[in-house]
Write a protein that binds this ligand. Sequence first.
Ligand code: NAD
Length: 320
Amino acid sequence: MKKALVCGAGGFIGGHMVKQLKDEGYWVRGVDIKEHEFSVLPTDDFVVGNLCDPRVVEAVVDEGMDEIYQFAADMGGAGYIFTGEHDADVMHNSALCNLNTVHEATRKNVGKIFYSSSACIYPETIQTDPDNPGLKESFAYPAEPDSEYGWEKLFSERLYLSFQRNYGLEVHIARFHNIFGSEGTWCGGKEKAPAAMCRKVAEAAEGAEIEIWGDGEQTRSFLFIDECIEGVRRLMKSDFSGPVNIGSDEMISINNLAMMAADIAGKDIRLKHIEGPLGVRGRNSENTFIKEKLHWAPQGTLRAGMEKTYAWIAGQVERK
Ligand code: NAD
């Protein structure tokens, strides 16, 4: 039986990965500073611990373990990473998680490790156009991410790749582009745009206004969680290290995302534009490289993913 460690298992993507690995017959240990909020995970072992502490990392990484999935990061949506208030924590905490994990994985001869990087590593200067034609992996340099979150991700990509070069650790890296779906943060300030739109619409009365940060013409692409998990598993089974984009190339403005949520809910909603943290003007995934390397790319529509996500968030709102 293969053994895997999922770091950040108490979070959105980590929780879904635990379920996937269990379905595939793995023995799975999860580690996180907190239990999963929305799900009872089918882990064989779950450790509540802080990966910034090397003693915790030493305890959760077993000698010769087959795979590690490193999703732990101090992160959130625009309301968390673009205000500047959390920069020190984001850089310090996430970098320590990665430094400790890559070191211990090498020391204990772990078979392979996955690292979750982000579209936030791409330079701000090439994301000023809302009609962004897509971010190719090679556009990462010369580097100029728009946030400290992006800089830490870029540093950690290089950290993992240098351990691969110097110590032979097998590394696989994906740059996720806005992953969304059920069982992710949907309120409290760390939620991302799709969850925020679903929540605002679910909470709004018929004909009410919902608030949108900025003019709402900023664009993004959003990938449904099931395809993110499939992409990571395909990458881990391949001999390709990346970094490679795992994202959708179906771009949408935030205004239209809000209207899509309203349409799914069957509600007549109006948009009120207010000041707020925005991030770059236009961002989209470019999927030529993943098609070339994995002969696969995400195919699902945003609408199909939003329908499932809205149903789950509306249920959460009702329960609250
Ligand atoms: P999430 O916040 O739901 O999950 C991250 C988990 O890491 C949380 O449960 C958190 O408690 C845990 N964690 C944070 N610091 C820790 C520490 N010191 N020790 C142990 N656990 C710790 O986020 P997510 O959406 O599941 O994202 C997973 C990974 O993917 C992150 O590294 C994130 O940066 C990356 N990513 C996500 C997206 C996205 O759209 N969701 C996009 C790009 C990159």
